[in-house]
Write a protein that binds this ligand. Structure first.
Ligand SMILES: [Zn+2]
Length: 174
């Protein structure tokens, strides 16, 4: 039982237990104080970076969900930030790499359980060129990295469904 309506029981504004989930518009409405709370997808960015051999740069997840499994680099868009800014910031923070060019590829939704609660995301993928791959250095958020040729990808070793979908989409187009 991890859906928002299984976990959220009280109005965060007034504490009323009459905080009812409206399935049709994916929101909660408080009958006592009229507080209206929407469940939205969080925006996240994903980078496909390839080396000269066309191998794709994967990271190893250091944290749950899906700790130890393969991932693509990226992360959540901060409030007030553009997707493009988040892409450049995350790749600099996570991998110490500077993106010089990028182009939008596709997006896929995801749902995963974090803190016993469903988190909804929209993962926005970009094809990226970086300045100097030899500068690659992973942050503590990431357990390691690996370059894998598209034909050698083992999808069962990839943690998140949206990442599998992004890669399958990309490989089908190339
Ligand atoms: Zn209330």
């Amino acid at each position: 039982m991890t859906k928002p309506s299984d976990v959220i029981k009280y109005c965060p504004r007034c504490g009323s237990s009459q905080f009812n989930y409206q399935d049709d518009d994916k929101s909660f409405k408080c009958e006592s104080c009229d507080f209206h709370f929407f469940i939205n997808s969080a925006a996240a960015v994903v980078a496909i970076i390839q080396n000269e051999e066309n191998e794709i740069l994967f990271t190893l997840r250091a944290k749950d969900p899906q700790k130890g499994l393969l991932d693509l680099p990226g992360g959540f868009v901060d409030p007030g930030e553009t997707a493009e800014e988040a892409l450049k910031r995350e790749i600099k923070e996570e991998l110490n790499l500077q993106i010089t060019e990028f182009v939008y590829l596709t997006s896929f939704p995801n749902e995963y359980i974090f803190s016993g609660f469903s988190v909804y995301t929209l993962d926005i993928a970009f094809l990226c060129t970086v300045k100097d791959l030899s500068k690659l250095e992973v942050d503590d958020d990431v357990a390691g990295y690996q370059f894998i040729h598209p034909k050698d990808i083992e999808y069962k070793k990839i943690g998140l469904k949206s990442i599998k979908n992004i890669l399958k989409y990309y490989i089908s187009k190339t």
